[in-house]
Design a protein around this ligand. Sequence first.
Ligand code: TYM
Length: 332
Amino acid sequence: MERVFSGAQPTGNLHLGNYLGAIRNWVTLQKDFECIFCVVDLHAITVWQEPNELRSNIRELAASMIASGIDPEKHVLFNQSQVSAHAELAWIFNCVARIGWLNRMTQFKEKAGKNRENASLGLYAYPSLMAADILAYKATHVPVGEDQKQHLELTRDIAIKFNNDFGVEFFPQPDPLILGPATRVMSLRDGSKKMSKSDASDMSRINMTDDADTLAKKIRKAKTDPEPLPSEAAGLEGRPEAKNLITIYAALTDANVADVLAEHGGTQFSGFKQALTDVVVEKLAPITEEMARLKADNTYIDAILAKGAERANAIAQPILKEVKEIVGFLNS
Ligand code: TYM
C-alpha cells in the first residue's frame, strides 16, 4: 500500500520555500495517496522554543496547512508529541543508527554551528526521530524540499539496517518525492543561501503571514543584478538571484522557466518585480486570510489535531507493537 508521510516544524516564519517546496505538493498528492501530515513539535524543541510561542506556532502551522488545501477529514493531520509512537520508535532507531552516519549530516553541522559541544543531544539525533516519523506508519513516499534529501537517505539506511539486524522484511524503504520547479527556494537577500525560517533578516523571506504591502516591499528590495532578464534559461547561469525570482514566478503561475523568460526576457527587473509581486499577492492572500480566520478559533484547530492524533495513533500503535516483538520486548 502506498502511503505519504511528511511534516514541518512549528518554529514560526513559515515561508514561501515551505509552501512551494513542500505543502503545495502535499495538497496535490492527496488525490492519489493516503496522506499523513504532521506538525513536528518534538523536532522543534531540538533548539530552544519559548513555550507560549511554540503553542501558538503549532496552531499556526496546522492552520496554514488547512488554509493551503490539506483536507483533515479525508487525510490525517496531527501534532507529533500527541502520538507517543514517534518518541518510542526514535529510541529504538537511536540504537540502530550509527554515530558515523549522524556525523555526516550537513543540517546538524549548519544548525549547531561552531559551538557544536553546546548543541542539544536532540539536535544530533534529529534524523533518527525523522526516520521514526516516517516508518511508524510504514510510509512509502515522503514529499520534501531538497534540503531534506540527506535525512531521507538516512531513513532508508535505518530501515535497511533494522531489517538486516533482525532478519525481517518489516520496514519499507521510503522514496523521497522532491517535486516541482521550486525544490530549493533561495533567500531574497543572498541567492546562495536557502530561504529559511531562522534567517535573522525578515527581508530574506516571504512569510505566509505577510500582508500585500510587506510582500511588495520585500520583492522590491530583493537583491538582483543590473542586467535585464535573459530570454533563455542558459542566461541565468551565474545569476542566482535572478534565477530564484524567475523560479518563484514560474512555480506560482504553473509555468516553466523557459515560458517565463520568453515572456519577460529583455525587460528590467523593476518591471518584473512588479509582475512577481502581483502573482505572489494573488496566490498567497487567500491562504493568509484563511489562516487568520482559522487561527482566530483555537478550539477548532485543537479539535482537528486531537482527532488527527487519534487516527495517527490507530495506524502507528499496531506497527510499534510488532516492532517491540521483533526487538524482543515483552508486550503488555
Ligand atoms: P522544515 O520545517 O524545515 O520545512 C518543511 C518543508 O519545507 C521544505 N523547505 C523548503 N523547500 C524549498 N525551498 C526552501 N527554501 C525550503 N525550506 C524548507 C523542507 O524541505 C520541508 O519539506 N525535518 C523536516 C521536518 C520533518 C519531516 C519529517 C519531513 C520532520 N519529520 C518526516 C518529512 C518526513 C524539516 O525540518 O522541515
